[in-house]
Design a protein around this ligand. Structure first.
Ligand code: DC
Length: 218
């Protein structure tokens, strides 16, 4: 069984999806980490994103591995290297929207996402999870929040990896990414028609998790 959590950056998807997975005894699956891992790989390989043949050739050699074994967390590896933290860098963040708009990248990621979740129960977070990857999921949630609160949450994320950031810079980055992610041709970020909206602007963390759990228990 799959529970989908979609929404823009900084709306609280990750913390909510992790806690939900923990409370339900499900696996947590962060699909954004996959797009970030591909971006990290392309940067290291110097791939020209405008060249379809370069992108395709490079994708053929990518060896992504995901470890779901730790409770309500996931780790992502490129070959043997655990890149779970490295993919959070500013360089990856600034290029990931462009990489995730590439058709060949999306096709490969969606195929992997569907095959990984064939067995077991998952809380899957992303942008197109309820619309494209699992349109038949029974429980779909769409998280949203004001820009200010989203920027503050992103600032806290950067502090965790010791990257100094300015709140205005973060706001600009969020606006650019929102625009890019929601206006791209392929699988743009949008609310699945049958998803329940959870606005996390004024909610405490526990409140937002409890709201979702109530819907599932119904
Ligand atoms: O959730 P995140 O910020 O780590 O996601 C990074 C980028 O990946 C985001 O800007 C859009 C893209 N993404 C996507 O296109 N589809 C998904 N299912 C998840 C993320």
């Amino acid at each position: 069984m799959v529970i989908t959590i979609d929404g823009a950056a900084g709306v609280g998807k990750t913390s909510t999806a992790k806690e939900l997975a923990k409370r339900l005894g499900y696996q947590y699956f962060d699909t954004g980490a996959m797009y970030r891992a591909v971006t990290f790989f392309f940067i290291n390989q110097n791939v020209d994103l405008t060249s379809v043949s370069e992108v395709n050739n490079s994708l053929k050699s990518i060896k992504l591995h995901i470890d779901f074994s730790s409770e309500s967390n996931m780790r992502i590896f490129l070959d043997e290297d655990d890149i779970s933290l490295k993919i959070r860098s500013q360089e990856v963040t600034s290029k990931v929207s462009a990489v995730s708009a590439i058709k060949e990248v999306r096709e490969m990621m969606v195929q992997i996402q569907r095959s990984f979740t064939k067995k077991g129960n998952f809380v899957v977070e992303g942008r197109d999870i309820g619309t494209v990857v699992f349109p038949d999921a029974k429980y779909k949630f769409y998280l949203q929040a004001d820009y200010d609160i989203r920027a503050k949450r992103r600032l806290a994320d950067f502090e965790k990896i010791n990257e100094a950031k300015n709140i205005n810079e973060i706001k600009e980055d969020l606006e650019t990414r929102d625009k890019y992610d929601s206006t791209r041709k392929l699988s743009p970020l949008k609310k699945p028609v049958d998803a329940i909206i959870i606005d996390t602007t004024l909610c405490s963390f526990q409140e937002q998790v409890n709201q979702i759990l109530k819907h599932i228990e119904k």
